[in-house]
Design a protein around this ligand. Structure first.
Ligand SMILES: [Zn+2]
Length: 209
């Protein structure tokens, strides 16, 4: 999975935001512009240009019905800004930066960072070399797939079956004969939390929240 232009655009965008924020801050100090910085940040996801570049299909209703339902505000209250950007706005972390990219425990479970539902076993994980955590299979019923034609690419999005949180994308039939299943679930580290506890109670839609 490659996004050659997005990191550059992200850096450019952040630079613009930082510059704008400094100007706003300086203006506020001078008593010329009372608007607080938070207003600017909160408005970011609603900018159409921003949304079309950094989201997979956030403007489209999912065909799936997820057991855990929360409003955007409720998700923002329990997720970090980065978790919200990726899980709920279908963003992508930069390649090679995720904490689970090179994480290869022998046992344990990767749970959804949004609702804590178990998604993948440590034994499902393999080193794909793509810069994101990769799994060749998921726990039964733990994820949902949906066609994603955003970003000028035809891909299949994968989501947590319990809360609909965006995990990443799935690639099938890449010729990985060394794996029990020829699939690559390319997952953002931000979307998952590792637990060394290997029990999978609560699977198939039952939330721990
Ligand atoms: Zn979830």
């Amino acid at each position: 999975m490659r996004f050659p232009s997005i990191p550059t655009v992200i850096r450019t965008f952040h630079t613009l935001i930082n510059v704008t924020s400094r100007i706003t801050s300086q203006s506020r100090t001078a008593g010329l512009h009372p608007a607080p910085r938070i207003t600017l940040l909160k408005s970011m996801p609603t900018i159409p240009f921003f949304g079309s570049l950094f989201s997979s299909s956030s403007n489209k209703m999912s065909k799936h019905n997820f057991p855990v339902k929360k409003t955007e505000g409720e998700w923002q209250a329990i997720l970090s800004p980065e978790q919200f950007r990726i899980l709920r706005m279908k963003g992508t972390e930069m390649s090679g930066t995720g904490k689970y990219d090179k994480h290869h425990p022998k046992t344990g479970i990767y749970n959804c960072a949004g609702c804590d539902a178990p998604l993948y076993k440590a034994t499902h994980k393999f080193d794909s070399g793509c810069g994101w955590p990769a799994f060749y299979d998921a726990l039964p019923g733990a994820i949902r797939e949906e066609e994603d034609n955003s970003g000028w690419m035809e891909r299949t999005e994968i989501m947590c079956a319990n809360c609909g949180g965006h995990l990443g994308h799935i690639f099938k039939g890449e010729g990985r004969k060394e794996l029990p299943k020829d699939e690559r679930h390319c997952v953002n580290s931000v979307s998952i939390n590792f637990s060394p506890d290997d029990t999978t109670d609560g699977i198939n839609g039952e939330s721990k929240v």
